[in-house]
Design a protein around this ligand. Structure first.
Ligand SMILES: NC(=O)C1=CN([C@@H]2O[C@H](COP(=O)(O)OP(=O)(O)OC[C@H]3O[C@@H](n4cnc5c(N)ncnc54)[C@H](O)[C@@H]3O)[C@@H](O)[C@H]2O)C=CC1
Length: 401
């Protein structure tokens, strides 16, 4: 497999991405109409978004062909794809349609050598994914965990905390997220962090805020009731605690980014020096205050700063206030920083902290997609996409003051 051949031919295909995507799906569904049901519900006119997703996913892999972490990534992806009921023969069908689409659009850039390189690459990718799926299956891991909603607590009219009881124990490290699906929306999975390690009765909490036109968040906030059963995919993500007790930590949470940060705080030793900045668009959305008080009690070395916008100012002013507050604190070179919230806030904080003294490699967060990028969670995710959480971009909502 020659990475250069793959990259140069992919660059040609990418320029004709829209046509490649149309060709790919029509080829796949013509040859395997039964596979249509496995793909998420995307509107037919949604080709633009599908193109972005498919090519974002393929670019992710072609850019990392020599990365030693790629095999683990692909095994993890295969493990996760069990939630789409992906079978070995589906991988073969997808591969055949992908190669056919590339051949159709690459024109003179396509020849026997290029085709061989892509066939080998696809085989290597799908072998690793299937290995990941097989290993998970042989560990006895289900494709997803059914979890009953035991409690539903509203905060304002657009935020709920759902307590769920998975029917089987969920393997999980605090700070990780799971994919969430409601059975009446087949194929639609969205990432949500768990706000706690499973309790003795196995229950975990999800914090869900309404996203305008967000099909899953709307179902969770508006329709889900106690007794309903949700599906949770295998946990993943990078935001796990990796600081020894000697190293002070700063945790920054905005909005429902509070969920993973709360889970991390609950893992800290009582002797750990920590500071928490909790940011919300208004007082009503500072829904974590009671939990913070309990944590303060257990963690005597925890310093807490709540931040909301000044009265009458837009919610993003809280971010300005946060950046000012961070600038007024000292000791950044010693601190590990954990961060969760809207992508723009994560980006702004990541730009600010190195100037204050925190090395970039001591700042931990899940990588959100660039602001405004659609979630890579469509058909392309089925193919190659996942484990990026791609948190939604709340500025896509109607402006709020
Ligand atoms: N629910 C979960 O488990 C997790 C959610 N997230 C992400 O956290 C975010 C939380 O959403 P909401 O609670 O609705 O947040 P929100 O809209 O209430 O925003 C909270 C605060 O974030 C800042 N902010 C929001 N948009 C901004 C922008 N465009 N530029 C600069 N600052 C901005 C503001 O300070 C605002 O007060 C989402 O992006 C979500 O995907 C991240 C990790 C876990």
């Amino acid at each position: 497999m020659d990475p250069e051949i793959l990259r140069s031919s992919f660059a040609v295909v990418e320029r004709r991405a829209e046509f490649a995507v149309k060709y790919f799906y029509s080829h796949l569904f013509r040859h395997r109409p039964d596979l249509r049901a496995l793909f998420p519900l995307d509107l037919p006119q949604d080709m633009e978004r599908q193109r972005d997703r498919l090519f974002a996913a393929l670019t992710h892999v072609t850019e990392r062909l020599e990365d030693p972490g790629l095999p683990d990534y692909l095994r993890e992806l295969g493990r996760d794809h069990r939630k789409y009921l992906a079978e070995p023969e589906h991988y073969a069908a997808v591969g055949a349609s992908l190669i056919a689409a590339f051949a159709a659009v690459a024109g003179s850039a396509w020849n026997a050598e290029v085709e061989k390189a892509w066939c080998e690459a696809y085989e290597a990718i799908s072998d690793l994914m299937l290995q990941g799926a097989w290993e998970a299956q042989h560990r006895g891991e289900p494709p997803w965990w059914d979890a009953e909603v035991t409690t539903r607590t509203r905060h304002g009219d657009d935020l709920v905390v759902l307590t769920l009881r998975p029917r089987r124990p969920l393997p999980y490290s605090p700070g990780q997220y799971v994919g969430v699906n409601v059975p009446h929306l087949p194929g639609v999975w969205r990432p949500y962090s768990l706000a706690n390690a499973p309790r003795p009765d196995h229950t975990v909490d999800l914090h869900v805020s309404l996203v305008e036109e967000g099909v899953l968040s709307t179902a969770l906030v508006r329709q889900t009731r106690e007794g309903d059963v949700l599906r949770l995919s295998a946990p993943g993500g990078e935001l796990t605690l990796r600081s020894s007790v000697e190293r002070p930590v700063t945790l920054i949470a905005a909005g429902t980014g509070w969920a993973p940060v709360k889970a991390l705080l609950e893992r800290l030793d009582a002797s750990h020096e920590a500071r928490l900045f909790l940011v919300a668009r208004d007082i009503e959305h500072l829904y974590g205050r009671a939990a913070v008080e309990r944590l303060r009690h257990r963690l005597p070395r925890l310093a807490v700063t709540f931040i909301t916008p000044a009265p009458g100012r837009p919610r993003t002013q809280a971010t300005e206030r946060l950046l000012t507050a961070l600038g007024n604190r000292a000791g950044w070179a010693r601190h590990d920083v954990y961060l969760a919230g809207p992508p723009e806030l994560v980006e702004e904080v990541c730009e600010t902290l190195p100037a204050l003294g925190t090395p970039l490699e001591r700042i931990f967060h899940d990588v959100p997609g660039p602001a405004g990028e659609p979630r890579p969670l469509g058909a392309a995710e089925w193919l190659l996409g996942r484990p990026r959480p791609s948190w939604h971009n709340p500025s896509g909502r109607t402006a709020r003051t």
